[in-house]
Design a binder for this molecule. Sequence first.
Ligand code: NIG
Ligand code: FE
Length: 422
Amino acid sequence: MNVDLLIHSAAQVVTCASPDGPKRGKAMRDPGLIPDGAVAITGGKIVEAGPSADLRARCTASQEIDASGKVVCPGFVDPHTHVVYAGDRVSEFEQRLGGATYMEIMQAGGGIASTMRAVRQASEEELLAQSRQRVEEMLRLGTTTLEIKPGYGLDVENELKMLRVISGLQQALPVDIVPTFLGAHAYPPEFQGDHEGYLELIVAEMLPAAAEWYAKSPFPRQGKSFYCDVFCEAGVFDLEQSRVVLEAGRAMGLRPKLHADEFESLGGVSLALEMSAVSVDHLDVTQPGELRALAGSDTVGVVLPVVNFHLGSDKFADARGLIDAGGVLALATDINPGSAPCPSMPLAMAIACRFQRLMPAEVLNAATINAAYAVGMGRKLGSIEPGKQADLLVLDMPDYRHLVYEIGVNRVETVIKNGMVV
Ligand code: NIG
Ligand code: FE
C-alpha cells in the first residue's frame, strides 16, 4: 500500500481509540497501547495503526519518521480556553498572593473587567498578535485543537472584534479552533446598575451579530458548531439569567455549554443537563446528586485543575467520582489571564493525576478523545484510528506515563497536524 507518511518503530503508539463514542468508566484506564508501533497516514487522514514490522512490510511511504525509543499519541484537544486577550493580570496575581481572593478582586472592579479594559483598548491587530503567540506556544506543547471563548469585549463592537481575531487565528495557524460565544462572562461597567439591560443587549444585539459572524466565518464549512457559554456563578450570572442567554443562543443555532460550580453551587449542572449541553465545565463544588446525574448523561464534564492550582485552592472537582460513576470526563487548561495563565495540557494532566487521583491513561484519554467530544469533534479527531484526521505527536520519552511523571519539561518533539509536520 502506498501512503504519504509512515511513522514507525515507536516504543509505544498510544491510540486512545474509542470507536463507539467517548470513553467512560474502566475504558478510561485503557490507553489503547501498541508496543513497537507504527501509524500510516494518507491525505491528512490515518489509514492504519499497528505493529511496526507489519506496517513496514506492507507500506511504501513518501515520507518516513523513525520514532525509535519514542511515543506517538494523538494531538491534545484543549476544550475550554480564553486564549484571546490583551495584557496580563500579574499585579492581581501578586494581590492574591497577599491574601485577596479571585472574587474579591473581581467585585472591586478588577478581574475580567480589567482584561476587558485592555481588550477594548487593543486594536484587532494587537489582539491577534498577542493571542497568536499564545496559541503557537500551545501548539509547541502538543495542542492541535482548541476551543476559544471571547468574552472580554462585553459590548457588541468588541465581542465582534474578538470573534474576528478567532477567525484570524484559524486562518494563520495549523490548528483546529472551535468558537464559543461568551457575552455573558461578566457585566461591563456601563451596565453595573442595569443587569437586565445587559441581558437584553446580549439577546437583541450581541447574539444575532455573533450568529451572523459565524455564518460567514470558515467554521461551519469545517463542520464546527458555534457554542454559547455563560459564567454561571454567584455574583455573576445566576441560574435564570444563564438560562435566558443559553435559550436565546439555542434559538439562533448556538449549542449550549456552561461554566458551573467554580466557587458556589447554583444548580448549573442541572441546567446544563436540562439543555443537553455539550459540556459543563469547572465542577469544583458540584453536589454529589448533580454529579451522579451528570455521570448518567451524554454531557461531558470538563475539569480545569490548573485553575485550582493557580488560585491556591484545594477544592478540586471530583473527577475521580465522575469517572467511577460512568460519566464522560475531559480536561482543559482554561488558559486565561486571571485564573489560569497556562498553555500546557501536560501540566493540567500532571495536576489532575496528583490532586484528583487520576491515572496516566485516564488523563490522556480525558485530554484527547473525550476532550474532542467536549467540542463536538469526537467523530473526526482525538484518537489514532483509521479514518480520523491525522493529528499526532511524537514524544521524546520511552513510555507515555512520562507525560505526567515529569513536570515542567516539554517532551513534544514533533507535531503533526492534518498529516503534515508542523
Ligand atoms: O474559567 N470563570 C470565568 N472565566 C474564567 C476566568 C476568566 C478571567 O479571570 O479572566 C475561568 O476561570
Ligand atoms: Fe473558563
